[in-house]
Write a protein that binds this ligand. Structure first.
Ligand code: HEM
Ligand code: HEM
Length: 161
């Protein structure tokens, strides 16, 4: 049976990972100097910015694995009652797409770095608009639940249950 709410750990992972992802999106030029050196064939340099971007990204990758273990092991609460079939499909597709980015973006970043591949770096760059669009839709959906539906959805990611 599905649990009544998200656990303390699941909630901490949700907000902690949102923070980490925001750091790499906002401070995207931390890795600029490091990548320029790779692109120019001078080899990787591990300055503080590069190490920080990598550490944050690898942390996201490690934590998403833990999050999936919890999701399939403990489970997640059912979507709020009263949501129609299409809304449920959209919610599941949106969450799945966010998971795909949380895995795909750091994996492609690591591959771009260690293979010194410009094509993979360009693919990694596309992670930015993809994340921004999905996070935007995700936040809009959360606000819609809160203001229009008033089904207490935000509380599910605040109070463990
Ligand atoms: C990088 C940013 C974010 C990512 C990657 C993300 C990802 C996710 C995912 C995958 C879920 C599904 C539950 C799970 O598997 O843990 C979820 C649920 C949720 N998120 Fe986010 N989220 C982000 C930011 C936000 C923000 C800024 C808000 C607040 C406006 C928010 C509010 C919620 C709420 C309320 C739920 C619960 C949905 C439910 O009860 O079914 N998220 N988020
Ligand atoms: C959640 C994790 C990550 C996010 C959200 C993220 C986000 C970003 C963003 C926004 C940029 C700038 C893109 C642009 O110039 O338009 C960037 C560049 C870059 N990132 Fe990441 N990154 C993550 C993880 C990683 C990891 C683990 C690595 C491994 C080394 C990595 C390697 C790179 C490289 C090499 C660049 C330069 C590519 C370029 O500008 O063409 N990233 N990243």
């Amino acid at each position: 049976m599905a649990p009544k709410g998200y656990s303390r750990g699941q909630i901490a992972l949700h907000w902690g990972m949102a923070g980490l992802i925001a750091v790499n999106l906002i401070f995207e030029d931390w890795i600029e100097a490091g990548w320029e050196s790779v692109e120019e064939g001078l080899g990787p340099i591990y300055d503080a910015g590069t190490l920080a971007h990598m550490a944050v990204g690898v942390a996201v990758l490690a934590l998403v694995a833990l999050r999936l273990v919890l999701r399939f092991g403990r489970g997640v609460p059912d979507l709020p009652a009263g949501m129609g079939g299409r809304e449920r499909l959209a919610a599941h597709a949106g969450h799945a797409a966010l998971y795909a980015l949380m895995i795909g973006v750091p994996v492609v970043g690591l591959m771009a770095w260690f293979l010194a591949s410009e094509d993979l770096a360009e693919l990694h760059e596309l992670g930015k608009p993809a994340f921004l669009v999905l996070i935007g839709l995700h936040v809009a959906a959360a606000v819609w639940h809160q203001v229009v539906r008033r089904d207490g959805l935000m509380d599910r990611m605040r109070r463990p249950g």
